[in-house]
Design a protein around this ligand. Structure first.
Ligand SMILES: Cc1cc2nc3c(=O)[nH]c(=O)nc-3n(C[C@H](O)[C@H](O)[C@H](O)COP(=O)(O)OP(=O)(O)OC[C@H]3O[C@@H](n4cnc5c(N)ncnc54)[C@H](O)[C@@H]3O)c2cc1C
Length: 530
């Protein structure tokens, strides 16, 4: 069963080894283990529903609670403390496009606000329930989780919008196909959620971001249904798929998604390369990308992330061997790890790897073989479980991400980390901040930073710290010309910064589109823009 107040399945744990605990203690001090609320305590805070249970809506308090939050830092503090804040008055769980249309019509009759719910993995407050006089309902897509159509010749697959990653790939495998969209939240996030948040998977270098995979879909707006996209390409005016991508539930319910799929690759492998410095690694990443080596992924960790990953992974013997080997090859302090992935036919995979490694060598990259890459691939969806273990040990964690042009990559990374560290100086506390580049483009790359700090032991104290952190790092991002989000979307947490990239007129255009399709402003108000 999925954890109600954390990440992952309840049976799935990521233990912090003694070495990992020592490492954190040395970096930021002893953690302060929290006192978490039980679900019964949390349920006591759920207000009575303001709507009567109706054909499509269930008012069960537990169900409402389980749909009330995502995975952002404020969501975690709310779930862990049991102080959820407002929850929706009812939840509908349609099993088809038609049932979703009925639920939307019923919500309209109730004069309710609708918050669409995919997998609940939002990390920016997309699912927050607003306070106000209007009732609020969740329309959740968890029952719309099937492959509905498969067009072998066109390589198109249509899914119910609530289909999560593993179910997508399992159903496609039977047709010898794959989608190849692997966000780290893959186990729980859904294809509908991916489209409306403009998600990016770990192997987007080969498979593309969700905007490249989204061929067409069905959108139920309060003003009626829209079919979007279909032809392989079109010059017939503006592409309405672009309006749906990133719409964050503001335009309506995306009920079905037709995605461009591929044949399953015959071979796939991941290799690790170590660089003597971050700067060498970034230049190698840029050179490999601009040489258009068709890798499936490339991820470069900075010095601190490299050390943190190796220490928290707990493979003591492998790491000793690695350090001896790297030492002999002249790589010691400041080492940065790059993981590259290649997928395709056996021959193509080998060729890509050879080409990438040859370029890496020009920047003094040392190839250390498959073991680390293999372990990264095996554990790539397990990383977020660490957040549970950190929390239990008294440490809080959060992340930010952006994308910038290549010349800004290093300065942005350093500025984000410096801003995060400065936040805690006033409290006489230390921040453990580390970064990687994981999505690379010819023009630039994403920059993804993680922060670990000691919990204050008090939900209000943690939130106060987080607000300062979020404000400082978001400001550092916009000052460096970065987007406020490369992959997580806007929600409420990033909304104040959207103006920097869209401008007033651009925001007006977005608001106008929502007004046109949703005149009663019932669809997820307060998210993306106000
Ligand atoms: C541990 C972790 C790792 C993550 N890693 C990545 C990553 O690698 N890449 C990445 O891109 N993101 C990542 N995310 C962020 C998150 O998974 C994505 O934003 C994801 O796309 C959200 O999908 P979801 O189905 O969970 O949507 P939800 O969280 O349920 O909803 C997100 C927003 O979409 C709306 N929505 C959802 N479904 C529909 C629908 N069918 N119609 C209309 N509106 C809808 C909701 O109203 C809400 O506004 C991560 C999150 C976590 C917690």
């Amino acid at each position: 069963m999925r954890r109600w107040n954390g990440w992952g399945d309840e049976s799935d744990h990521f233990e912090l080894s003694d070495d990992a605990r020592d490492f954190l203690r040395a970096r930021i001090g002893d953690g302060r283990p929290p006192h978490d609320a039980t679900i019964d305590e949390a349920l006591r805070g759920v207000a009575d529903s303001r709507v009567h249970a109706a054909a499509r809506f269930d008012t069960d308090p537990r169900l409402r609670l389980l749909h009330a939050r995502g995975q952002s830092f404020p969501d975690w503090v709310a779930m862990k403390s049991g102080r959820f804040g407002p929850v929706a008055d009812a939840v509908a769980r349609p099993a088809s496009h038609e049932e979703a249309a009925d639920a939307l019509a019923e919500a309209q009759k109730l004069g309710a606000i609708v918050i669409p719910y995919g997998g609940g993995t939002s990390v920016v407050g997309h699912l927050n329930v607003p306070v106000g006089d209007r009732p609020v309902v969740n329309i959740s897509f968890e029952r719309m989780n099937r492959l509905l159509a498969f067009d072998e010749k066109s390589q198109l697959a249509t899914f119910g919008a609530g289909t999560p990653g593993p179910q997508i790939e399992a159903q496609l495998r039977g047709h010898g196909a794959l989608l190849g969209h692997f966000p780290q939240s893959y186990e729980f996030s859904t294809i509908g959620g991916w489209v409306v948040t403009r998600s990016s998977g770990q192997q987007s270098l080969r498979y593309g971001r969700i905007e490249n995979l989204f061929a067409s879909g069905r959108l139920l707006t309060p003003r009626g249904a829209l079919r979007i996209g279909s032809a392989p390409a079109s010059s017939a005016g503006q592409d309405l798929r672009e309006a749906v991508l990133g719409s964050e539930g503001r335009l309506g319910l995306l009920t079905e998604v037709t995605a461009r799929v591929r044949r399953l690759p015959a071979s796939e492998d991941f290799h690790a390369v170590f660089f003597p410095s971050w700067e060498a690694g970034v230049e190698a990443a840029r050179a490999i990308t601009q040489a258009e080596v068709p890798l499936s992924m490339l991820r470069l960790s900075n010095e601190i992330e490299t050390e943190t990953q190796l220490r928290l992974a707990g493979h003591t013997e492998l790491i000793k061997w690695l350090q001896r080997y790297l030492g002999m090859r002249g790589i010691a302090q400041g080492q940065c790890m790059m993981v590259i992935g290649a997928s395709g036919s056996l021959g193509a995979t080998r060729r890509m790897r050879r080409e990438a490694l040859a370029i890496a060598k020009l920047f003094h990259g040392v190839h250390v073989g498959k073991a680390i890459g293999k372990s990264w691939a095996k554990n790539r969806f397990r990383g977020p479980l660490l957040r549970n273990a950190l929390w239990d040990a008294g440490y809080a964690a959060d992340t930010v991400e952006t994308a910038v042009n290549w010349p800004q990559a290093t300065a942005t990374m350093r500025a984000i980390e410096a801003a995060a560290r400065e936040v805690l100086y006033a409290d006489n506390e230390r921040m453990h901040a580390f970064t990687h580049l994981s999505h690379v483009y010819r023009q630039g790359c994403s920059v993804y930073s993680t922060f670990v700090f000691r919990s204050t032991g008090d939900p209000d104290g943690d939130m106060e710290r987080w607000r300062r952190l979020k404000a400082r790092v978001s400001t550092a991002i916009v000052e460096h010309g970065g987007t406020i989000s490369h992959q997580h979307g806007v929600g409420v947490d990033h909304a104040p910064y959207l103006i920097h990239e869209k401008g007033e007129l651009g925001l007006d255009l977005m608001r106008a589109m929502a007004r046109e399709l949703d005149p009663q402003q019932m669809m997820n108000p307060g998210k993306l823009f106000v």
